[in-house]
Write a protein that binds this ligand. Sequence first.
Ligand SMILES: NC(=O)c1ccc[n+]([C@@H]2O[C@H](COP(=O)([O-])OP(=O)(O)OC[C@H]3O[C@@H](n4cnc5c(N)ncnc54)[C@H](OP(=O)(O)O)[C@@H]3O)[C@@H](O)[C@H]2O)c1
Length: 259
Amino acid sequence: MKKIAIITGASGGIGQKFVRELMKEILDEIWVIGRNQRRLLVLKEEFGEKIVPICKDLTEDTDILSISDLLREQTISILWLVNNAGIAKMAPSTEFSISEINQTIDLNCKAPAELINICIPYMEKGAKILNISSASAFLPVPYLNLYAATKAFERSYSRALNAELKPSGITVTAVCPGWVDTAMLSKEIDGKKVHFPGIVAPEKVVKKALKDAKKGRDMSVCSLYVKCQHLNVKLLPQKLTMKVWLYGIRKYFRGVGNE
Ligand SMILES: NC(=O)c1ccc[n+]([C@@H]2O[C@H](COP(=O)([O-])OP(=O)(O)OC[C@H]3O[C@@H](n4cnc5c(N)ncnc54)[C@H](OP(=O)(O)O)[C@@H]3O)[C@@H](O)[C@H]2O)c1
């Protein structure tokens, strides 16, 4: 039986670092999923024959179902599932098209839930699921509200599922980083350079996430900065934490609630 890991959004940022770290585990194959075939092939060139590029758009139901077909064709055991693919847009809600709203919800919420259900039948005691949520899951975040709400879904879904799967020995970890230095972050908004307080390198998030997953933790928070944020939102009223956030980003957006 082949022992495998599956990593979505493996071609860039955090996902690519998961590939690097999971290469150190005893695995026969690492299935790397993303839309960009060329970038997936670059991973194979870099990390070798264990890498199995799977070019799929996870917002498409047919693509998700085709992953189920691929699994059915083989005798495999999934040791790691990393639901990492995600999209974000920081902008006033009125600037989102219907398609952008659907894509964000489909990729950040629907795809991880569907992939988990497809993969669980191939998992045994000790298998690990990691869902890359975000520190934005801790509170409502104006101008990032759609993204933050999808990440709150991922966090809540992961923690509940972890409790539900306890008897099976499969663990689920919600990874909740703050700002991470990847291509996802818009470095400029309206010509203004954006400051990301507490920003960390993706390697740091990934190493901590894998360590926490191995300990069976249902949540992974990697820096002192985010740990303090987490504590703040537990102690302070949400209206106040939203005001502090709005104060910090007021120079990038001027509009309703942020004059
Ligand atoms: N960067 C941050 O500050 C930060 C903070 C907290 C949480 N996160 C979370 O961390 C995860 C990884 O983010 P990142 O910063 O590494 O972003 P990134 O560099 O933009 O990588 C996103 C990955 O998702 C894949 N992807 C996008 N749309 C897809 C689709 N429809 N189907 C399949 N794959 C798709 C992309 O590959 P293709 O383009 O090839 O499809 C890419 O590999 C996300 O879930 C994000 O929400 C990021």
